[in-house]
Design a protein around this ligand. Sequence first.
Ligand code: FAD
Ligand code: NDP
Length: 427
Amino acid sequence: MGRAFVYVILGGGVAAGYAALEFARRGVAHGELCIISEETVAPYERPALSKGYLLPEAPARLPSFHTCVGADDERLTPKWYKEHGIELVLGTRVKSADVRRKTLITATGETISYEILIIATGARALKLEEFGVRGSDAENVCYLRNLADANRLVAVMQTCTGGNAVVIGGGYIGMECAAALATNRIKVTMIFPEAHCMARLFTPKIAGFYENYYKSKGVKFIKGNVLTSLENDSEGKVKAVILKDGTRLPADMVVVGIGIRANTGLFEGQLHLEKGGIKVNGRMQTSNTSVYAVGDVAAFPVRLFGNEIRRLEHVDSARKTARHAVAAIMTPKTTGDLDYLPFFYSRVFTLSWQFYGDNVGNVVHYGDFNSGRFGAYWTNKGVIVGAFLEGGSREDYEAIAKAVRFKAAVKDTHELESTGLEFALRA
Ligand code: FAD
Ligand code: NDP
C-alpha cells in the first residue's frame, strides 16, 4: 500500500502551514503536495497555546488561529487545503524514513514516497524523567507543546482555581504559563536552577523587572534550586514537589517547561546533524539534495552572524525558513541564501517585549525600569548586535530591528545609554 507525491512536508506545525501557503502562491498543482502530521488538526499558530488559549475569558480556539494569521496572512482551514488540492494526512506518525529510496513509512504501515521532502518535525518537550525525576505522567502534571497538551492544561487549571501550582523552569514556557495561571486565579511558585528567569536571554537587570512584576501579581520565585521528586496521593495525583534542599511545596498542579529536543530521530545516520538539529545550507537544503529542513529542527547559517550555524526555536524563524525553502525548491535560479535577522518576542499579562539579533558582547541598558518602558542594546566590536525593548510601538520595534540588521555603529556607550531608544529611531 502506498502513495506518491512530488512534494511531502513531514510535520504539520507552524513551518508546514507557512510552507503550504508559499507552495500555493507559487502554483503547486492539485495532488502534488501532501502534509503528514501526527497532530489531528491542520497547522496552527503554536504560540497561541501559551497565550490566548489559556485566557479565563473568551479564550482562543481553533479554527481562529490556524496558520497563517500570526503573520497577518491568510487563515488556512482544512477547507483551504482541500480547495488547493493539498493532501492533509493527519493523526499519522511517520515511524521511519529512507532518504536514499525517498520514502516514509507511517505507523499504520503505509509507504509515502516523494521527489522532494521538507522536514518540519519541530521538537518535543523534555520530560522530568530525563533529569532523573519520576512520576511526571500523573494527570495533574502538565507539559505544553501541542493542542492535546493545551487542552489538558486547561482542564487541570479549571479544577485548581484558588489552589497552588508549581511551575518548573524559568524559560519561555515557565514564564508564559505562570502568567496564565496567575490570571486564572491560581497561586504560582516558579522554580528554576538559574539566578534569574530567562537566563539565556535576559540580563539580571531585565529579569529583575519581570520578576518584580510577577511578584506584584502574587507569583513566588525559588531560584538556584531544582526539584528532586514528586509526592503522590493515593490516586496517583501529585500533591507536593520536593526540592533539592529538602523544601516541600504543596501542589494542586505542576507545569513543566524545561526545554526541548529537536525531532531529528528519523534522520540520524542519514543526514548531517549540527547543534542538535538537521544541518542545512542557506537554501534550507540538507546534505541530501532532495531533502530540506525548516523550523525548530533546522540548523542553518545566519549570515548576520558570519554564517555561524544556529538552530532557533522561534516562530518567526519557522515561518521564514519554511517560505525560503519553498522559494528555493520552486524557483531555484532566483533564490539565494536566506539572510535572516533572529527575532524573539513574548507577551505576558499586559507586558510585551521584542528582541532582535544576538545577546553577545557588552550590554547597555536604557530607559525607565520602574515604569516598564526600557530596553537594552548589545554591542560588539563597536556595532549594535542585539536589541531588546519592552512596551515599544510598531515604529520603535522596527527601529531597533533596523539598528541590528544594519549593525549601527556605536562611538560612545555612555551616549548610547543616555539616548536609548532615540539612538535606534535616529539611526
Ligand atoms: P512545530 O510547530 O512544533 O511542528 C512540528 C510538527 O511535526 C507537529 O505537528 C508534530 O506533531 C509533527 N511531527 C513531529 N514528528 C513527526 C512524525 N514522526 N510524524 C508525523 N508528524 C510529526 N515562538 C515565538 O517566537 N514566540 C512565541 O510566543 C512562542 N510561543 C510558543 C508557545 C508554545 C506553547 C510553544 C510550544 C512554542 C512557542 N513558540 C514561540 C515556539 C514556536 O511555536 C516554534 O518555534 C514553532 O512552532 C516551530 O515550528 P515547526 O513547524 O518547526 O515545529
Ligand atoms: P527554555 O529553554 O526556554 O527554558 C527551559 C528552562 O528550564 C530554563 O530556565 C532551564 O534552565 C530550566 N531547566 C532545565 N532543566 C531543569 C530542571 N531539571 N529543573 C528545573 N528547571 C530546569 O524552554 P521552555 O521549555 O520554556 O520552552 C520550550 C520551547 O518553546 C522553546 O523552544 C521556546 O523557544 C518555545 N517557546 C517560546 C515562546 C516564545 O518565544 N515566546 C513561548 C513558549 C515557548 P537552564 O537554562 O539552566 O537549562
